[in-house]
Design a protein around this ligand. Structure first.
Ligand SMILES: NC(=[NH2+])NCCC[C@H](N)C(=O)O
Length: 678
């Protein structure tokens, strides 16, 4: 089972209920801590790291607790903890705070199970984070012997049991019992230096290393145009894959292509007729590339005949049967169609920089009968009106796993695919990215799998449907061309790119610079494709959004183009300094004395949280929101804090570089190529 956010860290609880006590940093406490740590590290199987201090070791007066302030003064110096905390810091600051409060909760109230609730502070004036457990815990404790009198007492008790740590510099109580937390500047500064020196590997969301995550996305249909819906699935799915991959998961990117089904009968038959006609007109009796050069046209023509000509319809149906029984001629024709489709899809994937493993519906064909039989034998599926159905509670319609004419359909394939992904792929989490229109289908599939015992609610492998909304035209209606057809993706990408190229050329000419076509081409691809992706990802996936080139290519506001410029500008600042910032990062401390420096540093350190949230909610807009906020925080830092030529240049350059590094990580997660100069 995957933990959605933080992996549990081992902790050692030594005491029972604690009493609230005044805060006294004691020298003996410090010594005891150190000794206890030494003792712990020598116990095999006990892990100990700087971020995860000893829990509630008390010396001195009974009830004296190691508190936040004491913890600060006893925290080992960064010089000695750098490497250890880098290794241990996988995950977010929020996660580390959760760990601390988890400990504090279990020490202060060992008999009540409570998960730590830690979130960024609603009002930055009060603190950086807050812990909100006291109120609910107070409710739970009511009526018990020695029950606390007010939620604030609970908050104080939790605070008193907070283990020693180097994260927190100050805590305060607010309202009924909110615990406000101010982070230690030094901790933030070191975390950033560490990141520059050791890279971002330790900033990935925690809890996914080695987990097998299957992501079923893109999944267009053969011989039909890949439309904007598939573009959304491709973009959202790719970003989710990237975040999981960064988190250390073993991701299987599956393209569940619609490459099987009754439509192939009419396509094959129509192709055969075209060939006959060609021979009759004196042409050669062999396959011609032109038969599959325009698959949309092939589909349209075949469909028209299927609808209009009774005789053709019959032949098309017979062709389906032949194909399904493995007739080599039909299979060869089917393969030609699939190959032609694949070439079209690949052209789009390569432009977008998306990789996928094709495992279409046909892959599961040999498994369909067995799966349906299994469901029937187990009494999970029953015959209703001739069709084999799985009825599930709370759903008005059943999942039809075999039609009354004996045919298998979309649902049969999805049941077989699910089983294969569970049993053969050994997936821990299976994620399906399709339009919200398919929500009910997936609810039925998941419920049927639970009924069959393949999935168990609350334990074992997880399944999720990531639904997304429609792409609308400027008129607010479903995005279509003037003639009412679905918009062709290649054309969209072409237009985004050529508009960017035009702007770039214009800017060069205006600046009196020479136009380097290769450079323009590269930048135009990054910007154009990046803009299309970003415009999609920045909305919460379930909302419908308007496709507008003008909006997505806007140089100002929340667009990829703006962000790419922002990044190039920061890269330019660092370049202009002509200093080796990475060498400096190892020796120059990052000063966070100016409030804007501190604000920027705090936001930089929140990258892992944004990614954790993106995974927990399967919502890529968490990353775009984070990235846009980062650019704003940087701007406001840059307005108030002079970098080049200032006294603090060395330290501020490190903040600039850290911003650029984090921006690039976000771009990477979003599948956008960064630009260093524009
Ligand atoms: N396992 C799945 N059903 N994946 C999604 C497939 C999407 C389908 N081919 C479509 O275009 O709508």
């Amino acid at each position: 089972m995957l933990a959605p956010t933080h992996h549990p860290r081992p902790f050692l609880s030594t005491t029972t209920r604690r009493q609230v006590a005044p805060t006294t940093p004691l020298a003996s406490t410090r010594r005891a801590l150190h000794l206890f740590k030494l003792a712990l590290t020598s116990i095999p199987g006990v892990e100990f790291s700087a971020g995860q201090q000893v829990v509630a070791v008390r010396t001195g007066a009974p009830g004296a607790a190691i508190t936040t302030k004491a913890a600060l003064s006893t925290a080992p110096s960064a010089a000695t903890t750098t490497m250890a905390s880098e290794k241990a810091s996988c995950g977010s600051v929020r996660g580390e705070l959760c760990d601390l409060f988890r400990t504090a909760l279990s020490v202060s109230y060992p008999d009540v199970a409570a998960d730590p609730v830690v979130a960024p502070c609603g009002n930055a004036k009060n603190g950086d984070y807050q812990c909100n457990n006291a109120m609910a815990l107070f409710g739970k404790l009511k009526g018990a012997p020695n029950a606390p009198k007010a939620p604030r007492d609970v908050a104080n008790a939790i605070l008193g049991a907070l283990p020693a740590n180097d994260l927190v510099s100050e805590t305060s109580l607010a309202g009924p019992g909110f615990i406000n937390i101010r982070l230690n500047k030094d901790f933030l500064s070191k975390r950033l230096s560490n990141m520059l020196v050791n890279g971002l590997a330790g900033w990935a969301p925690a809890g996914y290393i080695g987990k097998k995550v299957v992501i079923d996305f893109s999944s267009p249909n053969v011989a039909k145009e890949m439309h904007v819906g598939h573009l959304r699935s491709t973009i959202i799915g790719d970003t989710l894959c990237r975040i999981f991959e960064y988190s250390g998961a073993d991701v299987l990117r599956l393209n569940h292509v619609g490459d099987w089904g009754t439509q192939f009968g009419m396509l094959i038959e129509h192709m055969a007729d075209t060939r006959k006609a060609r021979v009759a007109a004196g042409g050669e009796d062999k396959d011609a590339d032109e038969d599959v050069s325009d698959l949309q046209e092939l589909y349209r023509a075949a469909k028209k005949r299927f609808d209009d000509e009774e005789e053709f319809k019959t032949r098309a149906r017979e062709a389906v049967t032949r194909l399904q029984s493995g007739d080599p001629v039909s299979l060869a024709a089917w393969q030609r169609i699939c190959a032609a489709s694949r070439r079209e899809f690949e052209a789009i994937y390569s432009r977008l920089g998306v990789t996928l493993q094709e495992r279409g519906e046909s892959f599961y064909n040999p498994m369909l009968k067995g799966v349906v039989d299994e469901l029937k034998d187990a009494g999970v599926a029953t015959i209703d009106d001739g069709a084999t159905c799985v009825f599930v509670e709370g759903q008005s319609v059943p999942l039809i796993v075999q039609k009354s004419d004996g045919g298998f359909g979309y649902a049969s394939t999805d049941m077989a695919a699910l089983k294969h992904r569970l049993n053969e792929e050994k997936a821990d989490w299976i994620v399906y990215v399709t339009d919200v229109g398919q929500s009910q289908h997936f609810e039925l599939v998941f419920a049927a799998a639970k009924k069959a015992g393949w999935l168990v609610e609350g334990s074992g492998p997880k399944v999720s449907h990531v639904g997304f909304g429609l792409v609308l035209g400027e008129d607010g209606k479903r995005f279509r061309t003037r003639s009412g057809d679905l918009v062709r993706l290649v054309e969209l990408l072409d237009e985004a790119k050529s508009r960017c190229a035009a702007t770039l050329r214009e800017r060069r000419v205006e600046a009196g610079e020479e136009v380097n076509e290769a450079e323009v081409e590269e930048a135009a691809c990054a910007m154009g494709y990046g803009a299309v992706k970003y415009a999609d990802l920045k909305n919460h996936r379930t909302t419908n959004y308007k496709f507008s080139f003008d909006d997505m290519l806007n140089l100002k506001g929340n667009t990829a183009v703006y962000l790419l410029y922002a990044h190039a500008r920061i890269a330019g600042i660092v370049r202009k300094a002509e200093k080796d910032v990475y060498a400096a990062a190892a020796t120059t401390p990052i000063s966070l004395d100016h409030p804007k420096e501190l604000e920027l540093a705090l936001h930089l350190c929140k990258l892992p949280e944004a990614l954790e949230d993106a995974i927990a909610e399967l919502a890529p807009n968490r990353v775009t929101d984070y990235l846009y906020d980062l650019s704003e925080k940087f701007n406001s830092f840059y307005v108030d804090c002079k970098v080049l030529g200032s006294e603090q240049e060395a330290s501020r350059l490190l903040l600039c570089e850290a911003t650029a590094v984090v921006m690039r990580k976000c771009f990477e997660m979003l599948g956008i190529k960064p630009l260093y100069r524009i």
